[in-house]
Design a protein around this ligand. Structure first.
Ligand SMILES: [Zn+2]
Length: 109
């Protein structure tokens, strides 16, 4: 049997691209320990994993911005909930999309 060639694994370092990774770095630079997570309202700590979350989810037409820091757990749980809803409740997602568009129109970033 031929020896297996070592495959180089690429780490998903910037799943949303370099611009998103930069934006996250900027948010982290401005981050103060204890700042509240916009999703759960609890303080965010420097040792916790923090994500640059999309204020309007990309899935709902939010595109690339704006971003804010949130707990990685909170951000990813919200994304999972949204994905689950999208798979099972199309009508509900259409309603969420309309609400997100209204929010985007009225918000001052
Ligand atoms: Zn949180």
């Amino acid at each position: 049997m031929a020896p297996r060639r070592a495959t180089r694994r690429r780490k998903p370092q910037a799943p949303y691209g370099a611009a998103h990774a930069r934006a996250r770095q900027e948010l982290l630079a401005a981050f103060r320990d204890g700042q509240r997570c916009p999703r759960c309202g609890k303080p965010m700590r420097a040792w916790q994993k923090l994500d640059a979350g999309h204020v309007i989810p990309r899935m709902l037409g939010g595109g690339l911005g704006p971003l804010r820091l949130e707990h990685a757990r909170c951000n990813r749980a919200a994304g999972a909930r949204l994905g689950n809803a999208a798979r099972s409740k199309r009508a509900q997602v259409a309603g969420m999309k309309a609400a997100a568009a209204r929010k985007a129109r009225s918000a001052k970033w």
